[in-house]
Design a protein around this ligand. Sequence first.
Ligand SMILES: NC(=O)c1ccc[n+]([C@@H]2O[C@H](COP(=O)([O-])OP(=O)(O)OC[C@H]3O[C@@H](n4cnc5c(N)ncnc54)[C@H](OP(=O)(O)O)[C@@H]3O)[C@@H](O)[C@H]2O)c1
Length: 333
Amino acid sequence: MASTAAAAAAAAMVPKVALRSGNATPMPAVGMGTASFPLVPEATKNAVLAAIEVGYRHFDTASMYGTEKPLGEAVAEAVRRGLLQSREELFVTSKLWCTQNHPDLVLPSLRETLKNLQMEYLDLYLIHWPVSIKPMPITSRNKKEDAVPFDVEGVWRAMEECQRLGLAKAIGVSNFTTRHLDKLLAVATIPPAVNQVELNPAWQQRTLRAYCAEKGIHVAAYSPLGGQNWDGTGRNAVLESDALAGIAKARGKTVAQVALRWIYEQGVTSIVKSYNKERLKQNLEIFDWELTDEDQLKISQIPQKKIFEASDMFSQEGEFRSVDPADLDIVEE
Ligand SMILES: NC(=O)c1ccc[n+]([C@@H]2O[C@H](COP(=O)([O-])OP(=O)(O)OC[C@H]3O[C@@H](n4cnc5c(N)ncnc54)[C@H](OP(=O)(O)O)[C@@H]3O)[C@@H](O)[C@H]2O)c1
């Protein structure tokens, strides 16, 4: 089938990264992000099918996004259509939400995730945030009084059990600072394979990248193009950057491609969301050209501004009663 051959050829162009912990197959250096609000499951399913057709073999979801089911349906359909031989050709990541960030809820949450995905295993299971909220149904706005101390040791033991059971080939974290990683590494038997964090030319995470390189933790970048207006300002410090626009013009590339190429050149994997087939394709076309030293210098001078803070998941009113808000701080330059 011609389209299958084209998809396989495009997928083969994407370099892969061997993770230093766990038994996952190497991770493709660009993955498709599936988070999209409001959720339209059919749109997610169609976008994942389009992504498989243009060569994506790495997908990022989370119980929080509600996209596990449509992702699973798209993968099953891709196998039925012959676009994939089997699910084994993919690298699939999902995440444990804060309301499930409790030792006894980790394994049941992973089993639910696998059921949603119609899969036997995940390639990578991440603790979504270093934040625990009382067990309850998932919502995007939580009360501050519902935040409870994060039992990092107990939760990580349960994550390790998920890997031992073969339900997750590798385990890791997301939104962890060096301070959170220090605490985790002090108790871990299996070190985290990945830390997925906000990272792009406008939030470069130099301190965290250096720390993770030293500890053998691979860094994955979410919001590599500056996100989906998560802060509600309508501004995008990446796609509207004059510095990136100048480089894009000089290289004959798009601003998005320059941002993704820069991330790749830092040894970081991009998790980039597009539900548009042309942009999905464009976002994979970053492996056969390079940025110059001068481009790198210009990018290093881009003003830094973080989009996400842990406090964003709590409503403004109320008080934190049983956690120190400083423990939730994830801003680290
Ligand atoms: N671990 C975490 O806490 C966390 C937090 C946030 C996100 N994530 C993950 O990371 C993924 C990506 O991050 P993100 O969704 O925040 O944002 P992103 O990937 O930085 O940006 C996505 C936005 O850029 C647009 N876009 C994509 N390619 C483009 C291109 N070539 N040119 C111009 N615009 C383009 C997309 O719109 P179109 O769809 O219209 O192309 C979308 O609105 C998420 O989907 C999710 O899987 C994880």
